[in-house]
Design a binder for this molecule. Structure first.
Ligand code: NAD
Length: 260
């Protein structure tokens, strides 16, 4: 029960990586807030966690909407008495060469990944400072926080940006015992990745099998996908780490695709 009685808000937790972290955190004793676009989906995930014996609630939150973010964090404080952990995880992917990329898609990507990270951080940090019991803020970065790939300009730019935000949060948060770190996964089979396999195959004019072996997993040490459980265990490690020694860092979880 490494997170016994901690309160964790996880954005984008109705699917994929965020969902797995939500289950792992609940098993570790945390009270978990599933913050996602649709209340039905968030509530359904929370109900599955409750069926396993955990404590969870859903909130409707578009992370780009200042009022919804502030309301979701306020609802968490009302229900569970504070916020100890934020996992800023909600995200999308857009596959396009720069020369064909509409400005609206560039802005949408930056809004979800960077505005969303800022708004959730600000709302949670305010509560953490007020409560005076410290906190842990974890951003879902990517190997693309460190490396670039073609066809992903706004995603790579946004994921690099999260490293900068996390470092500032580590410096500003230190006096209030608030830590901040970034998890950088390699490719994980979630709906976000399943959608881009055929898109990349079309754009690169190669088969879907080649997208997996020659694009996505080409530089791993063993040709393996990272799993949602690999990422959830890293999130558990970071949130339960007992001191401020680990702050302002990024941890790459990618089967050796990226080594730094
Ligand atoms: P996913 O598509 O399975 O889940 C993303 C979730 O985010 C969905 O539930 C969706 O509803 C939610 N979401 C999207 N826009 C939102 C918004 N504006 N407000 C609130 N919620 C929103 O994707 P995933 O693969 O689990 O990705 C989660 C995070 O992990 C993303 O930040 C992604 O960039 C990152 N990541 C994924 C991979 C991978 O290979 N899957 C690798 C590295 C990093």
């Amino acid at each position: 029960m490494l997170l016994k009685d901690k309160v964790a808000i996880i954005t984008g937790a109705a699917s994929g990586i965020g969902r797995e972290i939500a289950f792992e955190y609940a098993r570790a004793g945390a009270r978990v807030v599933i913050a996602d676009l649709m209340l039905d989906a968030a509530n359904a995930t929370a109900a599955e966690i409750a069926a396993e014996g955990g404590t969870a609630m859903g909130v409707a939150m578009n992370v780009t909407d200042e009022a919804q973010v502030d309301a979701g964090v306020a609802a968490t404080v009302t229900a569970y008495g504070g916020v100890d952990i934020l996992i800023s995880n909600a995200g999308i992917q857009i596959i396009s060469p720069i020369v064909d990329l509409p400005l609206a898609d560039w802005k949408r990507m930056l809004a979800i990944h960077l505005d969303g990270a800022f708004l959730t951080t600000r709302a949670c940090m305010r509560e953490m400072v007020k409560a005076g019991r410290g906190g842990s803020i974890i951003y879902m970065g990517s190997v693309h926080s460190h490396e670039a790939s073609p066809l992903k300009a706004p995603y790579v730019a946004a994921k690099h940006g999260l490293l900068g935000l996390a470092k500032v949060v580590a410096k500003e948060g230190a006096k209030d015992n608030i830590r901040s770190n970034v998890i950088c996964p390699g490719f994980v089979r979630t709906p976000l990745v399943d959608k881009q396999i055929p898109e990349q195959a079309r754009t690169l004019n190669i088969s879907e099998a080649d997208v997996i072996s020659k694009v996505m997993l080409k530089d791993t040490v063993d040709g393996e996908f990272t799993t949602t459980q690999d990422v959830a265990q890293t999130a558990l490690f970071l949130a339960s780490f007992p001191t401020n020694a680990l702050t302002g860092q990024s941890i790459i979880v990618s089967h050796g695709w990226c080594m730094q």
